[in-house]
Design a protein around this ligand. Structure first.
Ligand code: PAF
Length: 210
């Protein structure tokens, strides 16, 4: 696995793929959910690119951009056991230059659910995913169904903007006790973690009643 930090180097490499190129975008602090996407990409594609970038524009004021867990060394160790060709880790100064002015936003779908309480979130996600797709130029992008609204929004954006990439959604991965794997689980206290299981239990109950 080669670590790439420069956008222009990644763009050059993206013109030299041999076969189908798969892409897994992440914000790092990788867990088994991310790794399941990378494994799927390795099975389905000839060459796999993973990105790690904690994208500032998808965090609102007062959200957890500063605290968001970062662990590049540990992430690289986890990825090194998989068949990843390039790990792209761009830098803020290059991604969003001082005079940055261009945004991609999907209407309607982003004003409901998560978008109601996080008004600028999806604009940040769709902008960074568009930028990453331009830089990495993959045939297939792999996204988790855990962030289901994000998946639906990105599918819509890819269709609307005629971006030449296939969007593959992959199943959510849970801990043994049912908690959905997420980098942000790190924030949960023992009690909070215990309480959060009510979400999954309620879903199972609803399914059973249905
Ligand atoms: O799902 C995430 O981790 C992020 O929203 C993504 C798609 C990597 C964009 O920053």
């Amino acid at each position: 696995m080669k670590l790439i930090k420069s956008i222009s180097e990644m763009q050059t490499l993206s013109r030299q793929y041999k076969g189908t190129a798969g892409f897994v975008p992440t914000m790092g602090y990788l867990h088994d959910g991310h790794l399941s996407l990378v494994r799927k990409a390795c099975t389905d594609c000839d060459e796999v690119v993973v990105s790690i970038y904690v994208n500032p524009s998808q965090f609102g004021h007062g959200e957890d951009f500063q605290q968001y867990p970062r662990s590049l060394q540990q992430d690289m160790e986890l990825l090194s056991s998989l068949d990843v060709k390039y790990l792209f880790v761009p830098q803020d100064e290059e991604m969003y230059r001082a005079d940055y002015k261009t945004w991609v936003s999907v209407e309607g779908l982003t004003g409901v659910l998560c978008g109601k309480s996080r008004p600028a979130h999806f604009r940040g996600v769709t902008t960074i995913v568009t930028k990453l797709l331009h830089i990495i130029n993959p045939d297939i992008i792999f996204l988790g169904e855990k962030d289901f609204q994000q998946l639906v929004v990105i599918r819509q954006m890819v269709r609307d903007l005629n971006i030449s990439v296939e969007v593959v959604g992959c199943p959510l991965i849970r801990e043994k006790d049912g908690l959905a794997m997420s980098s942000r689980n790190k924030y949960l206290s023992r009690l909070g973690r215990e309480k959060s299981l009510c979400l999954y239990r309620s879903l199972l109950k609803a399914q059973e009643m249905y």
